[in-house]
Ligand binder design. Sequence first.
Ligand SMILES: [Zn+2]
Length: 83
Amino acid sequence: MELETINKLYLELSQIATAKTRRELELETLLAQAENASDQSKQIARLISENKEFLTLTMLLDEHPEDYQGPCFCKLCQSYSGD
Ligand SMILES: [Zn+2]
């Protein structure tokens, strides 16, 4: 989900949640989930921007280590994202 979409959803849910009802408790759960997803997106965006040099280095690799799951521009990954 796009960060913008999550933020919009979060705002809408914040406005809906007013009374302490069962519905609100459900909304609070949704809010918490949206908040976590939003934090995750921010963390990922930050990590990517902080690791631009690292990403440049991955471009020199033919393949990334088998257990590496982060952002990567190795030749193998670029072959997946190509046309
Ligand atoms: Zn890779």
